[in-house]
Design a protein around this ligand. Structure first.
Ligand code: AMP
Length: 215
């Protein structure tokens, strides 16, 4: 089964992914985590520098690079047998074309498109409290979803950070990118969408999702 998580940054895709990973053994493929991993490289190559700049700006990475990275990630798993979450891909209509081709090529049919629906106000409030693990990518919230030990990742003990792209000015840019480039995907997948009320907390979103897709 493949779950394609659609929704603005901060809509809860990452936290619900973590619950599905912990409780239902889903494999979480996050394009954002994949890019941040590449950008962490100490390599001084031009490509890495360019990627770091794009990530820090809040803008989207170009479609060809995205598809190369996601395809390599998908190849690490058995896409027919494994339960996979695609968190943050596809994010543009061009990526939809690439993904549709990939689906056809691999005769995949057990796919759900999950739309995490909420308002910009809730998103901004959520991101303002967000802290993340720079090692594994797990997301916490100082107010609503704190780690067991303050400032430390529950999974690997790494010191949690506030990501540069979670600062207010960057959040505005990321939301604009979402409304201009990703929101049109909702019309495209309209009759396939499973809508989740993303103004709720992560536990409630998780329950709504597993009920709606019957797992
Ligand atoms: P995220 O953690 O999903 O918000 O992603 C962080 C950043 O990675 C985004 O602001 C983009 O710069 C880049 N990114 C992640 N996924 C994609 C994608 N599918 N297309 C283009 N850029 C992406």
């Amino acid at each position: 089964m493949i779950l394609v998580f659609l929704g603005a940054p901060g809509s809860g895709k990452g936290t619900v992914s973590a619950l599905l990973q912990d409780r239902k053994s889903f494999i979480h493929i996050s394009s954002g985590v994949a890019f941040r991993d590449i950008a962490k490289s100490k390599d001084k190559k031009k490509d890495i520098k360019k990627l770091q700049k794009i990530l820090n700006s809040g803008k989207l990475v170009d479609d060809d690079t995205v598809f190369k990275v996601i395809k390599a990630k998908l190849n690490e798993f058995d896409i027919i047998k494994d339960n996979i979450i695609l968190d943050g891909f596809p994010r543009t209509m061009e990526q939809v074309k690439m993904f549709s081709y990939f689906v056809k090529e691999n005769s995949l049919d057990d796919i759900y498109f999950i739309n995490f629906k909420t308002t910009s106000e809730i998103i901004k409030k959520r991101i303002s409290g967000r802290i993340s693990c720079p090692k594994c990518g797990r997301v916490y919230n100082v107010k609503t979803l704190p780690p067991k030990k303050e400032g430390i990742c529950d999974l690997d003990g790494t010191k949690l950070i506030r990501r540069p792209e979670d600062e207010n000015d960057k959040v505005e840019i990321r939301l604009q990118e979402y409304y201009n480039k990703t929101a049109p995907l909702l019309d495209f997948y309209d009759n396939l969408l499973v809508n989740i009320d993303a103004s709720k907390n992560s536990e409630e979103m998780y329950k709504e999702l597993i009920k709606k897709i019957g797992i």
